[in-house]
Design a protein around this ligand. Structure first.
Ligand SMILES: NC(=O)c1ccc[n+]([C@@H]2O[C@H](COP(=O)([O-])OP(=O)(O)OC[C@H]3O[C@@H](n4cnc5c(N)ncnc54)[C@H](OP(=O)(O)O)[C@@H]3O)[C@@H](O)[C@H]2O)c1
Length: 337
């Protein structure tokens, strides 16, 4: 495993693959979660991402129990706040009250004295951005949190937040956690541009789009195989559900993925993750795994590189339709690159 700086604005070295803990306590039992964490650490991984809302705190609790048997300082622990943790009007969002309660509860569940990377899980249109950023700045000053990051922002929201932090000399967001994968490339249009110009690290979530890019979905299938995330996504209304992705664009991307995987002699999941690793704007994809076997496969995405021709094949198949105002900008960006 190699290590990369978390963007140009920190000296923090994170493993090039981050382990996502969203399945812990959900599709993955506590015992299997410990085994996955052990194997990730053995492979040299030091970067782990969770959120308060994952299984209503269970994911953080499982990670905390595992960390209590490790040297905590060896790991970069990332978590998030924003989504509802109760039914009350203040149990959600990014008010000062919810952030401070959120960080206190996360520290307890994680059983740690500090969180390395505290991320807002999304924009909150109800709370003034100055209230959010001032509160996050206070957490860093208190030593409860070392760095702050944002997830699921739009381009203007991220740039506005960075400008306000700069104006007030507050701690800025040092990284962005967007959805980014071969089936979701609109992330490139503004978000990656902001990150590139501002030096933010980028840690893409759902590098396999919840399993779509894992190799088990093939053109001609009538529906998702049982016992897969996609099979249960429909009833939960999750974004990766079959009805959202069973379309010609997805199957065209998958055709290219299988072709490149065959040629490279790699698993399709490894190709999809390596495609992200080959992008200089990306710091560390957050890999998900329900089982140990999946983790082992996904760890094999690191320490090699797709050829330029293979990257071009994947790019061509996955290029989304670009509409105004992104179309002339996309052309100018290609000319600059
Ligand atoms: N910020 C956000 O809003 C946000 C949102 C989502 C996720 N995240 C973060 O990103 C992390 C990763 O997201 P994700 O779980 O959606 O990642 P993903 O890699 O896109 O999907 C993981 C799922 O794909 C299947 N899979 C993974 N590897 C496989 C393999 N080698 N072979 C076959 N199937 C495989 C498994 O599902 P099945 O086997 O059950 O089909 C697994 O649970 C999360 O843990 C979380 O930390 C953040």
């Amino acid at each position: 495993m190699e290590y990369r700086l978390l963007g140009r604005n920190t000296g923090l070295k994170v493993s090039e693959l981050c382990l996502g803990a969203m399945t812990f306590g959900r599709e993955t039992s506590e015992k299997d979660s410990y085994a996955i964490l052990d194997a990730f650490a053995e492979a040299g991984g030091n970067f782990i991402d969770t959120a308060d809302v994952y299984s209503r705190g269970e994911s953080e609790r499982i990670l905390g129990a595992w960390l209590s048997n490790q040297n905590r300082d060896d790991f970069i622990v990332a978590t998030k706040v924003r989504y509802p943790m109760g039914e009350g009007p203040n149990d959600t969002g990014l008010s000062r009250k919810h952030i401070i309660t959120g960080v206190e509860r996360s520290l307890e569940r994680l059983n740690v004295e500090y969180i390395d990377l505290y991320q807002v899980h999304g924009w909150d249109p109800l709370t003034p951005i100055t209230e959010i950023l001032r509160t996050l700045n206070d957490l860093v000053r208190q030593g409860l949190v070392h760095y702050i990051g944002a997830s699921n922002f739009k381009g203007w929201q991220l740039q506005k937040a960075l400008n306000i932090s700069r104006e007030h000399n507050w701690e800025p967001f040092v990284c962005l956690q967007p959805q980014y994968n071969l089936l979701a490339r609109a992330t490139e249009w503004e978000l990656l541009e902001v990150c590139r110009y501002e030096g933010l690290g980028v840690i893409p979530w759902s590098p396999l789009r919840g399993g779509w890019l894992s190799g088990k979905f093939k053109r001609g299938m009538e529906g998702p195989p049982p016992d897969t995330r996609i099979a249960i996504a429909e009833e939960h209304g999750w974004g990766e559900r079959w009805s959202n992705y069973n379309n010609e664009f997805t199957w065209t991307v998958l055709d290219a993925l299988f072709e490149v995987a065959d040629e490279a002699g790699k698993h399709p999941a490894q190709v999809a993750i390596n495609w992200l690793l080959c992008n200089e704007a990306v710091t560390a994809p957050i890999i998900g795994a329900r089982t140990m076997e999946q983790l082992k496969t996904n760890l094999g995405a690191a320490s090699w590189r797709l050829s330029d021709a293979q990257l071009a094949r994947l790019h061509a198949a996955s290029d989304p339709v670009v509409s105004y105002p992104y179309d002339p900008n996309a052309k100018w960006q290609r000319e600059r690159d």
